[in-house]
Design a protein around this ligand. Structure first.
Ligand code: DGT
Ligand code: CA
Ligand code: ZN
Length: 584
């Protein structure tokens, strides 16, 4: 069982306990454990097997038993009992903005509401408003939120949310009276999926807030207003049309210019990072919240976020690092890494052309790469056995090499590199023989078939491929598709160790549907000393720009420029590949 899956089961236990009205301190322990496990690079399932669960911090005896049971059987007695007694409708009700376990429980106990349909009826007949602690306003909000829940999925991919959020932020920024407008929340931290869009804006004159919030609710792309107050508006925004349209909640908060750094910091989160920052403030004798930083000697005035961190005696923490995984201590100790950025990317290795399943020719891909400022472009079309993707035969590979040689005469400051995305066959052998492999500048080895192998078999298969001297890097190491397909079962720790041993690079596939390797394991790769590389896996010229998403994953994984092979310039990459070839 993967850590992410285990964490989601623990979160489910927490939610179901809350719905059952159990003590929030007890239920919270499960959510805290989930959070710990989610950010842990080692496989907790592996630890259960090895009897070393004690090395996971913060697990009491009960939780250790629960985790062992979940890993071994996929469930546990407590979870079974809770699922048995909780109507599924209650869980759906939790997705309504502003409705938490307490409210759901009250509606269930008092009005026997256990489906969205019953909830709608009860709201329409005014019964919900009559409940203690609810009222007309809450009832109206629930009705509006219900429509949203019926339309939306739970989380949205980063790229999709960005496509909705960026025009909204730009529009708010352009409004009269607005001084700053920035993305906050998980979107600013560039998590791979997000629940909603958080925007923070400032006005010099807070009297103007109302009109700005009003204008926000009328922006293009806003489909419905969920709520509007003095400082905040919540809307449902839409991307695309018809049945494939995507809907996502978007909140705008308007604060005074003076409160901007505090509000931006607070709403950027993560919640866990905020808690750690507040503790730091307390230890220094300050009180930090979304409005300011107060001390006995009065308020500290910080003009921006870097000043706020400085006032707390911290180096500036980039938003991508704010997950409370050691960044606050590192900021105290001046040990935060210099993070890689997109401008340092000189080229990418794994891209497809019309020769296999891409949409553009070699030349079109090269032109697009040059337009992005790249100094080199690697082509890695599919290998022969992947017939559904029109994999290349050895003969067609040689044709492509001739075409690349011809094109490369055109430029002196840019090169196309000859690569291949070679299939790792079921037994770990490669889809081309060594003779042909020797002719490429580099080789990306990837798994595209037999996803259902047992964990040991898949791990051995990938490790065997990494032992092949011609392999340069491992493509999309787990095969996951975000919100669509789970990773195949594989021991990533063993894969990373093999990559280290054989001096192979591991890909951060930058396709926003994959983002594979994930940020947690990038961090682990960094500890082990494994070099990484990000590739857009572009199947069309305009997909080369997806590289930014891979860079964001690397940043979240604390990756420095020198750890990412893409930062090599043209001479650097040619020299590096030449050195590797000589070692074979
Ligand atoms: P998401 O939306 O699930 O992808 O993740 P976030 O981090 O955007 O979470 P969200 O939208 O619920 O809240 C935005 C930020 O507001 C969050 O990152 C930190 C802050 N925040 C929200 N609730 C709390 C809280 O209870 N305590 C603290 N300290 N901060 C909070
Ligand atoms: Ca959010
Ligand atoms: Zn692939």
């Amino acid at each position: 069982m993967e850590n992410a899956q285990l964490a989601s089961l623990l979160n489910e236990i927490c939610t179901l306990m809350e719905l059952a009205g159990e003590d929030s301190f007890r239920s919270g322990a499960f959510a805290r454990a989930a959070r710990t496990i989610e950010t842990l690079p080692d496989s907790v399932a592996g630890k259960v097997e090895a009897g070393s669960l004690d090395s996971v911090p913060g697990l009491g005896k009960t939780l250790k038993d629960t985790v062992s049971q979940l890993v071994q059987t996929g469930t546990c007695k407590q979870l079974d009992d809770l699922r048995e007694k909780t109507p599924p409708g209650l869980i759906l009700m939790l997705r309504i903005p502003g409705v938490g376990p307490k409210k759901v429980r009250a509606m269930h106990l008092e009005l026997a509401i256990d489906t969205l349909a019953k909830l709608k009826d009860a709201c329409e007949s005014g019964k919900v408003a009559a409940l203690k602690g609810f009222g007309d306003k809450t009832q109206a909000k629930i009705l509006e939120g219900l429509a949203f829940v019926e339309l939306s999925s739970e989380r949205v991919r980063l790229d999709q949310a960005m496509a909705v959020a960026e025009p909204l932020v730009a529009a708010v920024r352009a409004m009269k009276g607005v001084e700053h407008a920035e993305l906050a929340g998980s979107l600013r931290r560039r998590r791979e999926t997000v629940k909603d869009i958080d925007i923070v804006a400032t006005v010099a004159d807070t009297q103007k807030a109302t009109s700005i919030l009003e204008a926000f609710t009328k922006l293009k792309g806003v489909e419905r207003v969920v709520g509007q107050g003095d400082t905040k508006a919540s809307v449902v925004a839409r991307l695309g049309e018809g049945t494939r349209a995507l809907r996502i909640n978007a909140d705008l908060r308007v604060v005074s210019t003076q409160a901007f750094p505090y509000a931006l910091n607070y709403f950027t989160g993560s919640k866990e990072h905020n808690v750690a920052l507040r503790q730091r403030a307390q230890a220094l004798g300050f009180k930090l919240n979304e409005y300011g930083l107060e001390g006995d000697a009065g308020n500290k005035r910080c003009s921006d976020e870097p000043a706020l961190y400085k006032a707390l005696g911290l180096d500036y923490v980039q938003p991508e690092l704010r997950e409370n995984t050691g960044e606050v201590q590192a900021a105290i100790d001046h040990k935060l890494p210099e993070l890689v950025n997109i401008d340092q990317v000189m080229g990418v290795f794994h891209n497809h052309t019309v020769a296999s399943d891409g949409a553009n020719t070699l030349e079109e891909m090269a032109d697009a790469a040059r337009a992005l400022g790249y100094k080199w472009l690697g082509i890695g079309d599919h290998s022969q056995s992947l017939t559904i993707a029109n994999g290349l035969s050895p003969e067609r590979v040689r044709d492509q090499w001739r075409e690349i040689d011809r094109l490369n005469k055109k430029w002196h400051d840019f090169r196309i590199l000859k690569g291949s995305e070679v299939d790792i066959l079921a037994d770990g052998s490669l889809d081309f023989d060594d003779n042909l492999l020797a002719g490429f500048d580099y080789v990306v080895a990837s798994v595209h078939t037999h996803f259902n192998q047992p964990r040991e078999e898949m791990t051995a298969r990938i490790v065997k491929a990494l032992e092949n001297p011609f392999v340069t890097m491992l493509g999309h190491p787990t095969g996951r598709l975000l919100l669509r397909r789970e990773a195949y079962a594989v021991d990533l720790e063993a894969v990373l160790q093999a990559a280290k041993k054989h001096d192979k690079w591991v890909e951060i596939n930058a396709n926003p549907m994959r983002l594979d390797l994930d940020w947690v394991h990038c961090r682990r790769a960094r500890e082990i000393g494994v070099k990484l590389v990000t590739n857009p896996d572009a199947h069309a010229a305009d997909e080369l720009a997806n590289t930014i998403y891979g860079v964001e994953v690397a940043r979240r994984g604390w990756v420095r420029p020198a750890q990412l092979a893409n930062t090599l310039d043209l001479n650097g990459v040619l020299a590096e590949l030449e050195t590797r070839r000589k070692k074979v």
